[in-house]
Design a binder for this molecule. Structure first.
Ligand code: BDP
Length: 599
């Protein structure tokens, strides 16, 4: 069950308690916690909120920019009635890596900061007494971890992060923590795939359980009426006149899975909301339910003042309202899998998601946004640490797909953002990544990855691996910006002509294009950083996109301004947001709203 990433669900057979609240917390800059047995209790703890990103909470730079080990602790009681069940703790994520202890005993370790961590508690738990849950975390970056980066030691001996990526390295317990009570014999996982038969749908299911008891699967419509039922761990539900899950018109069914004994006694039940839809690539089109769809929207970060990367329902609600207002239909979870609740929201609201693994920074540069357009070879995949990196990369792709496979909103998997792709080393690396990843998704959704400017049609060795091509391009910003924007358009057209000449017969989606813009700046005529320039820049890009019918999507960088490491090209973070960090529109938002109304 450690492998069961199913989202918590409460019913007669399953129960859960949130452990969110104020926890104890301690930095461990000399990494002495283990030797001093902090797993038994923290010696001098502070109090911090869980979920929370610690960096946004404190007033000293040593705390905000802290890199190294740090520990969390809380106490809990096992609720009454849970005695005969199996007990688990489930973290939505632990960033970047962690070891989990309960009552002084190590339960599990996990690498990677954006996917769930589950640990079995039953063997160490004390009923009728307080139990101590302690987590040791570490937020160092290296070249085998995802995302990639490094550390620097300052003259004082203090360590700071040097990410090879352009967002703040927020860390901590940033998503909810649940105590779970599950039956002794349980449903471990399930997956669904869909086939269209004119207006009817076939829903094929595959259920994994901890033993060989029998399984019943029922499908209920939005009114709770039974529409199909079947027995067995694998099978097919036939749904006559199916309501298809569509963009901004999301119809969700309820799937109810029961695990039963021979005599019909129910041992476990899991239910979930699913949408029936198909996704495929056909020539230069992306098809949803067999019909072409043009992707309109944003690259998105999990980022907000004070919260950092903490999931928050109100921020999520506001973001979906803004995306609906702007007539968007899609976003990319750049550059890591977001909290599960984002996907639930997207399922309900009918938004499409390109789900991205944290493979960002695979380019040896702490200013990747500069290196990305420089044309210089940035090295990466030729070092002896590559096998470890590859193992982590595959593990996280697998965990992401296991976690998110049943969300109708997820239409594609992005397996990287802007790596070095021009060397034979990169080709070998990504050939293995894509070949293995193709086996993970029962729905066989398209695989892609976002390519930076150095990944030109005549240089990139990896684009043939992608089912549709995602391009991040900054013509008019990093390349020929401001007064040179005319030249930018020409250079952009020249590159597009090269893609066209290859006659690839696959869609191209722009997953990044954007200009830093300060909401305080207005300029007539426009100049860089002003709101007018952001509009001019976007219009120029649209002018180019609209010339090519194989361009099948435009996701602006970025949905909202976000925090990054300090740098001379960053004004309190990256300001390419169409919305401010406080989620108010810049002028460009009104322009996008208008374009996307009819596009
Ligand atoms: C691209 C990266 C993205 C950056 C963006 C930028 O994919 O993470 O934030 O450029 O420079 O290189 O704004």
């Amino acid at each position: 069950m450690e492998n069961s990433l199913l989202y918590p669900c409460n019913n007669r057979y399953r129960d859960s308690r949130l452990l969110d609240g104020l926890w104890q917390f301690q930095f461990d800059p000399t990494a002495k916690g283990k030797a001093q047995h902090w797993e038994k209790g923290l010696p001098q703890p502070l109090k911090v909120p869980v979920p929370g990103s610690f960096s946004e909470l404190f007033t000293k730079e040593q705390q905000r920019d802290y890199v190294g080990d740090f520990w969390y602790e809380t106490n809990f009681f096992v609720p009454r009635g849970w005695e005969q069940t199996t007990l688990w703790v489930r973290f939505g994520s632990l960033t970047q890596r962690a070891t989990v202890y309960c009552n002084g005993v190590e339960l599990t370790t996990h690498e990677g900061g954006f996917l769930p961590v589950i640990a079995a508690l039953s063997s160490v738990i004390r009923l009728n007494q307080e139990n101590k849950l302690v987590v040791q975390l570490n937020n160092e970056l290296n070249e085998t971890s995802l995302p990639c980066g490094t550390q620097k030691i300052l003259p004082s001996g203090r360590k700071i992060a040097k990410p090879y990526f352009d967002f703040f390295n927020y860390a901590g317990i940033q998503r909810s923590v649940w105590l779970l009570s599950l039956p002794q014999v349980a449903i471990q996982d399930y997956s669904v795939t869909f086939q269209r038969e004119e207006e009817n749908a076939l829903v094929n299911f595959d259920v994994q359980t901890t033993d060989s008891n029998s399984v019943q699967v029922r499908l209920l419509d939005a009114q709770g009426k039974l529409v199909a039922a079947a027995h067995g761990k694998q099978g097919t539900l036939r749904v006559p006149h199916a309501h298809w899950w569509q963009v901004r018109n999301a119809y969700l069914y309820q799937i109810v899975i029961q695990l039963k004994t021979e005599t019909g006694e129910i041992l476990d039940e899991y239910s979930d909301r699913i949408g029936i839809r198909t996704v495929e690539i056909s020539g230069t089109k992306i098809l949803l339910n067999g019909k072409p769809i043009y992707l309109k929207g944003f690259g998105k970060h999990e980022d907000f003042a004070i919260l950092g990367k903490t999931f928050n329902w109100s921020v999520a609600k506001r973001d979906f309202e803004l995306m609906k207002w702007s007539n968007a239909n899609c976003f990319r979870t750049s550059h890591y899998p977001h909290a599960e609740e984002w996907y639930q929201f997207a399922d309900e609201e009918g938004f499409l998601i390109i789900d991205e693994v944290p493979a960002v920074g695979m380019m040896r540069s702490t200013h990747n946004y500069v290196a990305a357009g420089s044309g210089k070879y940035t090295h990466f995949f030729e070092t002896p640490t590559v096998p470890q990196l590859k193992a982590n990369h595959l593990q996280q792709i697998n965990e992401m797909i296991v976690r998110d496979k049943n969300h109708p909103s997820v239409i594609a998997w992005s397996l990287f953002n802007e790596p070095e792709t021009t060397s034979a080393y990169a080709k070998e690396y990504f050939t293995e990544i894509f070949t293995k990843a193709r086996q993970y998704d029962p729905q066989k959704r398209p695989l892609t990855g976002a390519l930076e400017k150095n990944s030109q049609p005549d240089k990139c060795q990896c684009f043939p691996l992608l089912d549709f091509i995602c391009l991040n391009r900054y013509y008019g910003w990093y390349i020929s910006g401001g007064a040179d924007i005319e030249e930018a358009e020409q250079l952009f057209q020249q590159e597009m002509e090269k893609w066209k000449a290859l006659n690839l017969n696959v869609p191209i989606v722009f997953t990044e294009f954007g200009a830093d813009t300060l909401p305080s700046e207005h300029k007539l005529p426009s100049s860089m950083w002003s709101q007018e320039y952001q509009c001019k820049y976007l219009k120029m890009n649209f002018h180019v996109f609209d010339n090519y019918d194989f361009v099948q999507g435009e996701l602006v960088w970025c949905f909202a301004d976000f925090q990054t490491a300090e740098a001379i090209m960053r004004v309190n973070g990256n300001r390419k947001g169409v919305f401010t960090r406080e989620r108010q529109p810049k002028d460009a938002a009104f322009m996008l709203k208008q374009r996307w109304e009819t596009k």
